[in-house]
Design a protein around this ligand. Structure first.
Ligand SMILES: O=C(O)CCC(=O)C(=O)O
Length: 280
């Protein structure tokens, strides 16, 4: 369900959630998706995966599939999902949109378990080099919806170093063996939404199990940040309500990304009426 009336504020970011996210760079919301939603989203994901396999995708390698929102109305419905978007604006404020989205399917690797260092990184590439400040600015976050069961390690889990969002560098284990100190696998059941700060040092990991991992990633950032994939979502604008349209990157003109008018940011108008403390 999209953002319509104040009922969605039952899912507003709580003080405890805010403290947790600020402290660790991470927030897990279990059962954000119902089992029925997980089943339907999994079917939509499987359809894309089958198409990509038919096009030559290696069945033992991860499928990284950006710009997936236009592929199914079910994916578009999560852009302004009432259980999640209130927490996103609780963290970032109202001048936001979906700057990036990708779907990842991680099949069993078919390889024996090893102890090689994973691909640790912060999000946003050159932003981390070219922006002067310490700690780095938050700018964006991702919400990862887990469709498959990664509640046990070894299933291609998302890994993080909690609290590392305030670090500019990550000390890696020597000789590319082992994981950095403090690193943990995120143990997420199907239906869990995992929020992570873009600065949090994180990584994917190999899937040594026989359970194919499926995750949907939604990246929210300020409206003055450029899209990070093609985001060909313009065709969805006409049938979207104003807040979803804002999330899908609509705006009056370029200046409105920096100095938004009320028309640019219907979310601010909605907040003025329904959650004035968040409208500032
Ligand atoms: O696939 C994963 O678990 C990690 C995804 C990731 O690194 C990202 O979305 O930035």
């Amino acid at each position: 369900m999209a953002i319509r009336d104040a009922a969605c504020l039952q899912y507003a970011l709580t003080e405890a959630e805010c403290t947790e996210f600020n402290k660790t760079g991470l927030l897990m919301i279990e059962d954000a998706l119902s089992p029925e939603q997980v089943t339907a989203l999994t079917a939509a994901t499987d359809k894309i995966y089958a198409q990509q396999l038919a096009k030559g995708q290696d069945p033992h390698k991860s499928l990284f599939y950006p710009n997936f929102i236009p592929d199914s109305p079910l994916f578009a419905d999560l852009v302004d999902y009432e259980k999640i978007l209130p927490k996103v604006w609780g963290i970032l404020g109202w001048n936001i949109y979906l700057y990036h989205g990708h779907l990842i399917v991680t099949p069993p690797s078919g390889q024996p378990e090893d102890n090689k260092t994973f691909g640790w990184h912060q999000d946003s590439g050159r932003v981390n080099v070219e922006m002067e400040s310490h700690p780095r600015p938050r700018l964006s976050l991702k919400v990862a919806y887990f469709l498959s069961d990664t509640s046990q390690p070894g299933r291609g889990n998302f890994w993080v170093v909690p609290g590392s969002h305030l670090w500019d560098t990550l000390e890696r284990a020597p000789d590319s063996v082992g994981q950095p100190e403090g690193a943990i696998p995120v143990l997420a059941k199907p239906g869990t939404a995992v929020f992570f700060d873009r600065r949090l040092w994180h990584t994917a990991s190999p899937n040594w199990s026989d359970v194919t991992r499926k995750v949907l990633f939604y990246g929210y950032g300020y409206r003055w940040i450029r899209t990070k994939d093609d985001m060909t979502v313009e065709d969805l604008w006409p049938q979207s309500d104003p807040i979803r349209k804002q999330m899908l990157g609509w705006g009056v003109n370029c200046n409105g990304h920096y100095s938004p008018t009320d028309e640019d940011v219907p979310l601010r108008t909605w907040l003025r009426e329904n959650q004035p403390t968040a409208a500032a």
